[in-house]
Design a protein around this ligand. Structure first.
Ligand code: FE2
Ligand code: FE2
Length: 288
């Protein structure tokens, strides 16, 4: 018998049950009992530690409680899979988001060399791609950050608000990526310039996919009658940016003033003309 499994106490059995049943108050109580602190590395008969069970069941509050109580966010199952890997494999989007927020590395490999993106459905993959591209970008910017004194090509202002704060936040992220492209276009070190532009374009594409998906999910949730034309616009915009990225990567196009002008027009026109059409509708449904 596995050494970890040999230490499965009645209290552990209670904990596993409470996690499966999503009884967060019971989980909290078991984790807080001072007499006998629970070893959270212990695995059940299937080779899962408590955090893996929570990741499979998709209970974000339970996930938070376990990690705060010391559960290892990168522990492997007997099959060599991390909590975020099993959450992804079982299509538990809320668990994936919670684990990323609590420090899970999306690049962690299983013992077979797979990463969560290899088993993700479309929705989770869109999210994981944003996380991966953001990580690449921030690692790069640590080494390259320099203050630009030239100002931005585009600034978010309150007249761009679409009345739904999470979408305003998304638009600000996209604007920020376009501004970063604007600043880096003048970088003299050509290799460095290409590397940063590639990472920025990668982020821009993935964040745009993520944001469009989030808007479209909301259209579906509230059954917005005129969503069809809006979704078509999203598809066209993504196609245009995707085509440019391909040309850039093949050395057939560059990030120049004309392209940046196009990108800022692309985004502001869509926000001001299309996105603003849903403000009143969502606000009427209590979404702000
Ligand atoms: Fe939109
Ligand atoms: Fe939007």
């Amino acid at each position: 018998m596995d050494k970890a499994k040999a230490h499965l106490t009645p209290k552990h059995i209670q904990l596993f049950r409470a996690i499966s049943e999503n009884k967060d108050k019971v989980v909290a109580k078991l984790l807080k009992e001072p007499d006998e602190p629970l070893d959270l590395k212990v695995k059940n008969a299937q080779g899962f530690a408590p955090l893996h069970v929570a990741a499979i069941e998709g209970h974000k509050e339970v996930i938070r409680l376990l990690i705060e109580a010391g559960a290892d966010v990168h522990q492997l199952t007997d099959e060599g899979e991390s909590p975020i890997f099993v959450a992804t494999k079982y299509h538990n989007f809320s668990a994936v988001k919670a684990l990323v927020k609590l420090g899970a590395r999306v690049s962690q490999q299983t013992s077979n060399g797979q990463v969560p993106l290899d088993v993700a459905n479309k929705k989770i993959a869109t999210f994981l791609n944003v996380v991966v591209s953001r990580e690449t970008l921030s690692a790069m910017q640590m080494a390259t950050s320099e203050d630009s004194t030239q100002g931005n090509i585009i600034n978010w202002s309150s007249n761009m608000s679409v009345g739904v704060s999470r979408f305003d936040d998304d638009h600000k992220q996209l604007i920020d990526a376009i501004n970063k492209l604007w600043h880096v276009r003048l970088e003299k070190d050509l290799q460095k310039r290409k590397r940063i532009i590639s990472a920025l374009l990668n982020f821009l594409v993935h964040y745009t996919q993520f944001h469009f998906q989030a808007e479209e999910d909301m259209f579906d949730k509230y059954n917005w009658a005129v969503k069809k034309a809006h979704i078509k616009q999203h598809q066209n915009l993504l196609k245009q940016v995707g085509q440019f990225v391909k040309l850039f990567e093949n050395g057939q196009a560059d990030v120049d003033d004309a392209l940046l002008d196009f990108l800022q027009q692309w985004l502001t026109t869509h926000i001001m003309k299309e996105d603003k059409q849903y403000s009143e509708f969502f606000n009427k449904h209590g979404v702000y």
